[in-house]
Design a protein around this ligand. Structure first.
Ligand SMILES: Nc1nc2c(c(=O)[nH]1)N[C@H]1C(S)=C(S)[C@@H](COP(=O)(O)OP(=O)(O)OC[C@H]3O[C@@H](n4cnc5c(=O)[nH]c(N)nc54)[C@H](O)[C@@H]3O)O[C@H]1N2
Ligand SMILES: Nc1nc2c(c(=O)[nH]1)N[C@H]1C(S)=C(S)[C@@H](COP(=O)(O)OP(=O)(O)OC[C@H]3O[C@@H](n4cnc5c(=O)[nH]c(N)nc54)[C@H](O)[C@@H]3O)O[C@H]1N2
Ligand SMILES: [Mo]
Length: 688
């Protein structure tokens, strides 16, 4: 198998790819429209399939004919050679799967990008057969399931739209004289309606929009003006729950019964493996109770998750007879507790592959080409950068889960911005210093990570950091609430920002046995570690009295003496508190970024520390018996970059050899590309 990665950044996926196309933001439509022309020019179109099973190629091809490789290269920022190499691979390999996710979807031209991709598959007949097809990978573990039950404002349940026939059908199925007869507000519109007072009551369930929606500060402000906000969550402390009038404790996935559907349309039963804590209840139960008290008891007779699933199955089967793709007819009357994983549509049995009969869910059964034209390129004003956002390996969304796992936080412990070295130099931003990103929507303060993996003119910030874990790491305060005109999906990968160095007068790093309160610092980011917390700090204006500041931050009473040392030559200063052999907190301050080894300092929280060692600890000096493992690379086994580098220098020259020596990379394997990079680097150093 060959892998082509299309991503503006050289991500760790690039390390596995045969070809990486570092495309300009939103260049995808041009790339795939140009591909359609190339395929036509190289006689790769499937004329028989096109004439028997599709409609509308003409217009799509007409547009594509204006997109020769030179023009594609100009629009995508790629070289003509790279574009041609990719196109040749597509010509030569009929078995091709185009896997796409949010770099395609979360764009003001997302639907165009998807249609450009599907057009290529339709034109070559590469769909509905083994090893080929466009493949949209949904992100959330049950994103697919959410759509099936109508969890989007623009659809009814069971994949039915708001067309008159479907509206009438669902109405009859439910025996209801009233039903919503048009799409509701999509996410971005919804918060606009809250802001302008059209919506006065809002129930937010299982999502954290104060962090994850574009123009996030406006979302927060909107919630503050909304007369009635209810939040159902499994965490009491989230940035959204903080704005709620009523908080309802929800059971989490491992505490409840249900089904989930994954990206291959496979529905699986999920059973609880933990009891629900306290008063927590499944969301369906909470909704049912509220509905009953609102007077809808006859319509909400459910006692179990199985009751609801049976109704879901029945609706999918209602007047279906093969006319609608979402069809669970085969599960009517099925024993919920004995349900085996199955791929829909389920008529007699499940369906492993759709469209093998070359029939599509349109009125004439033919697939439709949707003509799309590439958008004009995105050109930020001089000095400004294109902001891109997304995920890191070890965090999940707004960190309500992964923020609690010390091991996962060890990989990336603070919010950061990836910048190209030339942009960083232009703007006098040093690696590991702080950078302020700003535009008319808001501002963020994050650590600068200067790297060749980033392209010039762009900056990447992870989506994960919330106000629970950082002072100003919420990237969505910067993202413009611009949406795709068809889908309403916000362009979450896109904003124009300025980037300036933030000159801190003092930097700090702290470890603490208890969660510190860092509100007084201009920059702070905290992460859980084994035995406590670690925190990165920076002060643009300094507190007058460091001891007083530390007492508030680490909750130390006025009559308890702190240990402090100060080096007048360097301006470095440390404060700490011990209780017997136990370190309660240590705070290292410096006019420059603090150089203390993070892994060493974090380890102190679990060490017994003899009084004689206290001075070394205040000085930030690891003893010879405790070599610094470096930043954690393998989160599964807690193996650091220095350890891997050392092993590489002493002869472990393959990822497997490192695994045999240190166990690193032998469990989940997601750090293997990073390990490979460290081996390369350190072999070279050893050779020099
Ligand atoms: N560790 C971890 N895994 C997760 C999640 C998580 O939070 N953490 N979340 C899950 C969820 S819900 C989702 S939706 C998926 C998302 O999975 P992905 O979509 O794979 O992840 P992202 O990091 O959001 O974005 C992917 C890439 O799109 C690139 N990109 C940005 N703009 C463009 C563009 O214009 N064109 C192209 N071609 N690429 C562009 C970005 O540089 C980024 O590397 O991940 C799922 N898996
Ligand atoms: N800039 C930018 N913004 C993005 C993205 C991006 O790439 N860039 N990605 C977007 C994408 S793809 C996604 S999926 C979203 C994710 O954004 P959100 O969905 O807002 O983020 P989560 O952290 O998953 O929030 C889920 C919340 O539900 C709670 N929860 C978990 N399980 C349950 C449950 O069973 N019941 C209830 N009631 N609560 C529960 C969690 O504690 C958490 O507070 O972010 C989007 N926003
Ligand atoms: Mo997602």
């Amino acid at each position: 198998m060959r892998i082509v990665l299309i991503d503006p950044r050289r991500t760790t996926t690039a390390d596995q790819a045969d070809l990486h196309l570092a495309i300009k933001a939103d260049g995808d439509t041009a790339l795939f429209v140009g591909l359609l022309k190339w395929l036509d020019d190289h006689n790769t179109l499937d004329a028989e399939f096109i004439s028997a099973s599709t409609n509308g190629l003409g217009t799509a091809l007409e547009i594509a004919r204006d997109w020769p490789v030179e023009r594609v290269a100009a629009a995508t920022g790629l070289s003509q050679r790279e574009v041609a190499e990719f196109y040749d691979l597509v010509v030569a390999n009929p078995r091709i799967v185009t896997v796409f996710s949010q770099g395609v979807n979360q764009s003001a031209t997302g639907t165009d990008k998807v249609n450009a991709i599907i057009n290529v598959h339709l034109a070559t007949g590469r769909i509905g057969q083994p090893g080929m097809g466009p493949f949209s990978v949904t992100g959330q573990p049950n994103a697919m399931g959410g759509r099936e039950v109508g969890g989007l404002a623009n659809m009814l349940a069971a994949h039915m739209d708001f067309d008159p026939v479907s509206i009438d059908r669902v109405k009859r199925f439910w025996g209801s004289d009233r039903i919503a007869d048009k799409p509701g507000l999509k996410a971005v519109e919804l918060f606009e309606a809250v802001a302008n007072g059209r919506i006065k009551a809002l129930w937010i369930m299982a999502t954290n929009p104060v962090d994850s929606m574009p123009e996030a500060d406006k979302v927060r402000a909107a919630l503050r003006t909304c007369p009635f906000v209810v939040v159902s969550d499994m965490n009491a402390a989230t940035d959204t729950a903080a704005e709620a009038r009523v908080r309802l404790p929800a059971a989490g996935w491992g505490e409840k019964d249900g089904t989930v559907t994954n990206s291959e349309r496979r529905i699986s039963r999920q059973r609880p493996f933990l009891p629900a804590p306290g008063e927590a209840r499944p969301d369906w139960w909470i909704v049912t109770q509220v509905a009953r008290r609102m007077g809808f008891a006859p319509a909400f007779p459910y006692e179990t998750a199985g009751d609801i699933f049976a109704e879901h199955v029945a609706l999918s089967a209602f007047e279906n007879a093969g006319s609608r793709d979402f069809d669970l007819t085969g599960l009517v009357g099925a024993d919920y507790d004995a349900l085996q994983p199955v791929q829909w549509p389920v008529r007699q049995a499940g369906t492993a592959r759709m469209f093998t009969d070359r029939q599509y869910f349109t009125s004439d059964g033919r697939a439709r080409f949707v003509p799309v034209a590439p958008p004009p390129p995105i050109v930020p004003p001089p000095g400004m950068l294109v902001l891109n956002t997304g995920r890191v390996r070890d965090h999940w969304h707004t960190m309500t889960r992964t923020g609690k796992a010390a091991r996962l936080s060890a990989h990336m412990a603070e919010p950061f911005a990836e910048l190209h070295p030339d942009d960083a130099a232009d703007k006098s931003i040093r690696h590991a210093s702080l950078v302020r990103l700003e535009n008319r929507h808001g501002s963020a303060l994050v650590r600068a990570l200067v790297t060749e993996r980033q392209q010039r003119g762009a900056v990447f910030v992870p989506m994960h950091w919330s106000g629970q874990f950082s002072a100003a790491g919420r990237v969505d305060v910067l993202v413009t609430a611009k949406t795709d005109p068809q889908s309403g999906q916000p362009a979450l990968k896109m904003a124009i920002v300025s980037a300036e160095p933030a000159l801190a007068r003092r930097y700090g790093f702290a470890v603490s046995a208890t969660k510190p309160l860092l509100e007084g610092a201009d920059y702070w980011a905290i992460a859980e570690t084994v035995g406590g917390w670690r925190a990165e700090l920076a002060f643009i204006t300094e507190p007058k009295d460091w001891e007083a500041w530390a007492r508030t931050a680490f909750g130390v009473a006025a009559d308890v003496a702190l240990l402090t040392i100060r080096d007048n030559a360097t301006g470095r200063q440390s404060l700490a508190l011990f209780e017997g052999e136990r370190l309660l907190f240590a705070l290292f301050l410096s006019p420059d970024p603090v150089l203390v080894s993070r892994q060493w300092a974090v380890g102190l929280l679990n060490d017994g520390i003899a009084p004689a060692r206290r001075a070394d600890i205040l000085a930030g000096r690891p003893g010879a018996d405790r070599p610094d493992p470096g930043a954690i690379v393998c989160a599964c086994f807690g193996v650091g970059a220095h350890q891997i580098a050392e092993a590489a220098r002493s002869g472990c020259h393959t990822v497997d050899a490192i695994g045999a020596a240190l166990k690193a990379g032998t469990n989940c394997g997601s750090c293997r590309a990073e390990i490979r990079g460290l081996i390369e680097l350190n072999r070279l150093e050893a050779a020099e």
